[in-house]
Design a protein around this ligand. Structure first.
Ligand SMILES: [Zn+2]
Length: 179
Protein backbone atom coordinates (compact mmCIF):
# COMPACT_ATOMS: atom_id res chain seq x y z
CA UNK A 1 0.00 0.00 0.00
CA UNK A 2 1.41 3.37 -0.95
CA UNK A 3 1.08 6.23 1.48
CA UNK A 4 -1.11 9.15 0.43
CA UNK A 5 0.84 12.34 -0.12
CA UNK A 6 0.05 14.83 2.59
CA UNK A 7 0.12 18.46 1.63
CA UNK A 8 0.71 20.55 4.69
CA UNK A 9 0.64 24.33 4.67
CA UNK A 10 3.99 25.52 5.96
CA UNK A 11 4.07 28.41 8.38
CA UNK A 12 7.06 30.28 9.78
CA UNK A 13 7.59 28.98 13.35
CA UNK A 14 8.78 32.45 14.33
CA UNK A 15 5.88 34.65 13.15
CA UNK A 16 3.27 32.37 11.54
CA UNK A 17 3.55 33.80 8.02
CA UNK A 18 2.67 31.14 5.41
CA UNK A 19 5.66 29.94 3.41
CA UNK A 20 4.85 29.83 -0.34
CA UNK A 21 6.68 26.53 -0.82
CA UNK A 22 7.03 25.15 -4.31
CA UNK A 23 7.57 21.49 -5.08
CA UNK A 24 11.23 20.48 -4.55
CA UNK A 25 12.10 23.55 -2.46
CA UNK A 26 13.71 22.85 0.91
CA UNK A 27 14.75 26.22 2.37
CA UNK A 28 13.37 29.74 2.50
CA UNK A 29 13.71 33.10 4.17
CA UNK A 30 10.43 34.12 5.84
CA UNK A 31 8.90 37.00 3.83
CA UNK A 32 7.92 38.80 7.02
CA UNK A 33 10.56 38.22 9.69
CA UNK A 34 13.42 37.01 7.41
CA UNK A 35 14.05 33.94 9.59
CA UNK A 36 15.90 31.25 7.66
CA UNK A 37 13.75 28.09 7.37
CA UNK A 38 14.63 24.53 6.38
CA UNK A 39 12.27 21.66 5.66
CA UNK A 40 13.68 18.78 7.70
CA UNK A 41 12.53 15.29 6.67
CA UNK A 42 11.78 14.30 10.25
CA UNK A 43 11.18 17.53 12.13
CA UNK A 44 9.26 19.48 9.49
CA UNK A 45 9.94 23.19 9.14
CA UNK A 46 12.80 24.28 11.41
CA UNK A 47 14.83 27.46 11.81
CA UNK A 48 18.10 27.32 9.92
CA UNK A 49 20.30 30.38 9.48
CA UNK A 50 20.82 31.72 5.97
CA UNK A 51 24.01 33.69 5.40
CA UNK A 52 24.09 36.38 2.76
CA UNK A 53 27.45 37.27 1.32
CA UNK A 54 28.23 40.97 1.67
CA UNK A 55 27.70 43.03 -1.47
CA UNK A 56 25.13 40.88 -3.27
CA UNK A 57 23.72 42.65 -6.34
CA UNK A 58 20.08 43.76 -5.95
CA UNK A 59 18.98 43.16 -9.54
CA UNK A 60 19.96 39.47 -9.73
CA UNK A 61 18.88 36.71 -7.32
CA UNK A 62 21.85 35.24 -5.46
CA UNK A 63 22.98 31.63 -5.80
CA UNK A 64 22.47 29.38 -2.75
CA UNK A 65 25.33 27.06 -1.76
CA UNK A 66 25.80 24.56 1.02
CA UNK A 67 29.20 25.38 2.52
CA UNK A 68 31.16 23.17 4.91
CA UNK A 69 34.78 22.76 5.95
CA UNK A 70 36.22 19.52 4.65
CA UNK A 71 39.38 17.60 5.42
CA UNK A 72 40.47 15.15 2.76
CA UNK A 73 42.87 12.35 3.61
CA UNK A 74 44.00 10.62 0.47
CA UNK A 75 46.15 7.90 -0.96
CA UNK A 76 46.95 8.92 -4.50
CA UNK A 77 49.20 7.15 -6.96
CA UNK A 78 49.88 8.22 -10.49
CA UNK A 79 52.64 7.48 -12.95
CA UNK A 80 54.13 10.55 -11.30
CA UNK A 81 55.52 12.11 -14.45
CA UNK A 82 54.74 15.63 -13.30
CA UNK A 83 54.92 15.35 -9.52
CA UNK A 84 51.16 15.87 -9.21
CA UNK A 85 50.94 13.53 -6.22
CA UNK A 86 52.83 16.02 -4.06
CA UNK A 87 50.86 18.92 -5.55
CA UNK A 88 47.73 17.05 -4.52
CA UNK A 89 49.10 16.36 -1.02
CA UNK A 90 49.82 20.08 -0.56
CA UNK A 91 46.35 21.05 -1.79
CA UNK A 92 44.63 18.73 0.69
CA UNK A 93 47.08 19.39 3.51
CA UNK A 94 44.68 21.83 5.15
CA UNK A 95 40.94 21.91 5.73
CA UNK A 96 39.18 23.58 2.82
CA UNK A 97 35.70 25.00 2.43
CA UNK A 98 33.51 23.02 0.05
CA UNK A 99 30.77 24.84 -1.88
CA UNK A 100 27.94 22.76 -3.32
CA UNK A 101 25.27 24.48 -5.48
CA UNK A 102 21.84 24.16 -3.86
CA UNK A 103 19.73 25.63 -6.66
CA UNK A 104 18.33 23.59 -9.56
CA UNK A 105 21.25 23.31 -11.96
CA UNK A 106 22.54 20.64 -14.29
CA UNK A 107 25.49 18.46 -13.38
CA UNK A 108 28.03 20.37 -15.50
CA UNK A 109 27.08 23.69 -13.93
CA UNK A 110 27.18 22.09 -10.48
CA UNK A 111 30.63 20.55 -10.93
CA UNK A 112 32.13 23.65 -12.57
CA UNK A 113 30.88 25.98 -9.83
CA UNK A 114 31.90 23.62 -7.01
CA UNK A 115 35.43 23.05 -8.35
CA UNK A 116 36.02 26.74 -9.09
CA UNK A 117 35.02 27.74 -5.54
CA UNK A 118 36.97 24.89 -3.94
CA UNK A 119 40.11 25.99 -5.76
CA UNK A 120 39.58 29.71 -5.19
CA UNK A 121 37.27 30.14 -2.18
CA UNK A 122 35.75 33.58 -1.64
CA UNK A 123 36.13 35.24 1.76
CA UNK A 124 32.75 34.83 3.41
CA UNK A 125 31.34 37.86 5.18
CA UNK A 126 27.76 38.26 6.37
CA UNK A 127 25.78 41.03 4.68
CA UNK A 128 22.08 42.04 4.56
CA UNK A 129 19.37 39.66 3.23
CA UNK A 130 18.73 39.67 -0.52
CA UNK A 131 16.62 37.67 -2.98
CA UNK A 132 17.98 34.27 -3.98
CA UNK A 133 17.20 31.40 -6.30
CA UNK A 134 15.04 28.55 -4.91
CA UNK A 135 16.93 26.08 -2.73
CA UNK A 136 16.20 22.53 -3.91
CA UNK A 137 19.10 20.51 -2.48
CA UNK A 138 18.76 19.35 1.13
CA UNK A 139 21.95 19.59 3.25
CA UNK A 140 22.01 15.79 3.59
CA UNK A 141 22.88 15.54 -0.10
CA UNK A 142 26.06 17.57 0.31
CA UNK A 143 28.48 14.78 1.28
CA UNK A 144 28.05 12.52 -1.78
CA UNK A 145 28.35 15.55 -4.06
CA UNK A 146 31.48 16.75 -2.24
CA UNK A 147 33.00 13.26 -2.62
CA UNK A 148 32.35 13.49 -6.33
CA UNK A 149 34.02 16.93 -6.46
CA UNK A 150 37.20 15.53 -4.84
CA UNK A 151 37.40 12.92 -7.61
CA UNK A 152 36.83 15.66 -10.20
CA UNK A 153 39.63 17.86 -8.82
CA UNK A 154 42.08 14.95 -8.84
CA UNK A 155 41.12 13.84 -12.36
CA UNK A 156 41.74 17.41 -13.58
CA UNK A 157 45.43 17.11 -12.65
CA UNK A 158 45.80 15.16 -15.90
CA UNK A 159 48.69 12.93 -14.89
CA UNK A 160 47.57 9.36 -15.54
CA UNK A 161 46.07 8.77 -12.16
CA UNK A 162 46.32 5.07 -11.25
CA UNK A 163 44.81 4.93 -7.79
CA UNK A 164 42.77 7.24 -5.60
CA UNK A 165 41.47 6.32 -2.18
CA UNK A 166 40.29 9.03 0.15
CA UNK A 167 38.11 9.91 3.06
CA UNK A 168 36.34 13.25 3.38
CA UNK A 169 35.52 14.54 6.82
CA UNK A 170 32.90 17.23 6.26
CA UNK A 171 31.68 19.71 8.88
CA UNK A 172 28.13 20.93 9.40
CA UNK A 173 26.72 22.52 6.19
CA UNK A 174 25.83 26.23 6.28
CA UNK A 175 23.57 27.85 3.73
CA UNK A 176 25.25 30.79 2.01
CA UNK A 177 23.87 33.04 -0.71
CA UNK A 178 26.63 34.10 -3.09
CA UNK A 179 26.56 36.32 -6.19
ZN1 LIG B 1 8.59 34.64 9.97
Amino acid sequence: MSQPILLVALKCPQCGTPVPAQLDEVAWACATCKTGLLLDEEKGLVRHPIHFQEGLPEHLPGRPFWVAQGKVTLDRQSRNLFDKDSESARFWGERRPFFVPAWACDVDELVDAAIALLQTPPTLKDGPPAPFQPVVMPPGDMLPVADYIVVGVEALRKDQLKKLDFTLDLGEPELWILP
